[in-house]
Write a protein that binds this ligand. Structure first.
Ligand SMILES: [Mn+2]
Length: 353
């Protein structure tokens, strides 16, 4: 298992030198954030990022994310140009020796929450999703902006995108995803890069926009689009467990069985009434996911790929990027390290007794 940590580049308030002091973290997950969606990532920019990370004592093991242009998701005639660009970016990442790419296929919006500073009982703050509040929001009216939204859209552009998505149902989105996957996975194979699709967060339709990477059946359907070790999944515990019907440890086992887990995100969430949930510390008893089970399953399958502690709470007065402060993610890493050591030693004892 490669214990990794997400870093947002030189703008990140958390420096690499601090991350270096978290036990067992030897890998960095990062991206180039100032290249417009759909443009090719130049080799020299990738090499510069890699060099910065290696000079700080890490390996760059996952690019999260290379975002996908809306024209690809919408299946517009212009998609081929953007798919060509995406292929070139995969080639360039391959030239730089990057082994994995994470991406998602959510229309318009990335992760969605109603609050980024919801107060938990212990005085820390966390991201939270209040289903009632989200239902009341019309993203085309008012000045609402939620974390995770691409703020580069003007209102008219957003309205235009919504109109285009009104013509798209889930099956159309599947077709567009399949078209994309059939084009890019052969390139990923050629470059020896493992692709990992991130599940939709939350795993249901938002603002009438279709979402399809949501549950075990859909993960399996996704894998059937193109059977290759290079076409895999980022098993994000928090995103998938937000749906009460999803049993994350069970889903993880199923996808590991198929050998298609290419990345793992580990964070806990606490389910609330209806579809609401709040994010919590990583400890199993603080949330709704049993991380002992999760780590045991990863160990049973001798998972050797990357994992990272996902969103943390804001604790000890830290100011920073919501979900991506240093302290609670470091606690998460330490906790996951402890579970990992225990399950590995248990497994060895079982093998030799
Ligand atoms: Mn995630």
């Amino acid at each position: 298992m490669q214990m990794s940590f997400r870093w947002f580049g030189k703008e990140d308030p958390v420096p690499l030198s601090y991350i270096r002091q978290i036990p067992n973290v030897k890998y960095i997950v990062s991206a180039i954030y100032d290249i417009p969606v759909g443009e090719v990532w130049p080799v020299d920019r990738i090499m510069a990022l890699k060099k910065t990370i290696e000079q700080a004592g890490f390996k760059l093991n996952v690019i999260e994310s290379v975002p996908i242009h809306e024209d690809i998701k919408l299946g517009l005639p212009t998609r081929d140009k953007y798919i060509d660009n995406y292929k070139q970016t995969i080639h360039n990442l391959g030239k730089a020796g990057i082994p994995r790419i994470c991406y998602n296929f959510m229309p318009i919006f990335d992760w969605t929450r109603s609050s980024v500073d919801y107060k938990l009982e212990d005085g820390s703050t966390a991201l939270m999703y209040d289903d009632e509040k989200i239902r009341q929001i019309d993203p085309l009216k008012g000045d609402f902006s939620l974390p995770g939204w691409d703020t580069s859209y003007k209102k008219e552009e957003l309205a235009d995108l919504f109109n285009q998505y009104h013509q798209i149902d889930k099956e159309n989105l599947w077709e567009n995803l399949e078209y994309f996957i059939r084009e890019i996975i052969p390139v990923a194979e050629e470059e020896n890069i493992k692709m990992a699709i991130h599940p939709d967060d939350p795993p249901w339709d938002i603002f009438g926009l279709p979402r399809i990477i949501t549950n075990l059946d859909n993960l399996k359907r996704f894998l059937s689009l193109y059977d290759s070790p290079n076409n895999g999944i980022c098993m994000c515990s928090g995103s998938l467990a937000e749906d009460k019907n999803n049993n994350f440890p069970e889903m993880l086992r199923e996808i590991l069985k198929e050998g298609k887990v290419n990345f793992v995100h580990l964070r806990n969430i606490k389910l609330m009434d209806g579809r609401s949930f709040k994010e919590s510390g990583h400890l199993s008893e603080n949330g709704s996911i049993d991380f002992y089970q999760v780590m045991k399953i990863l160990s049973d399958f001798n998972y050797e790929g990357p994992v990272r502690p996902d969103h943390g709470r804001m604790i000890w007065g830290e100011q920073g990027r919501p979900g991506y402060g240093l302290y609670d993610r470091a606690l998460g890493a330490a906790y996951l390290n402890g579970l990992w050591e225990a399950v590995r030693k248990e497994q060895k004892e079982r093998t030799f007794s």
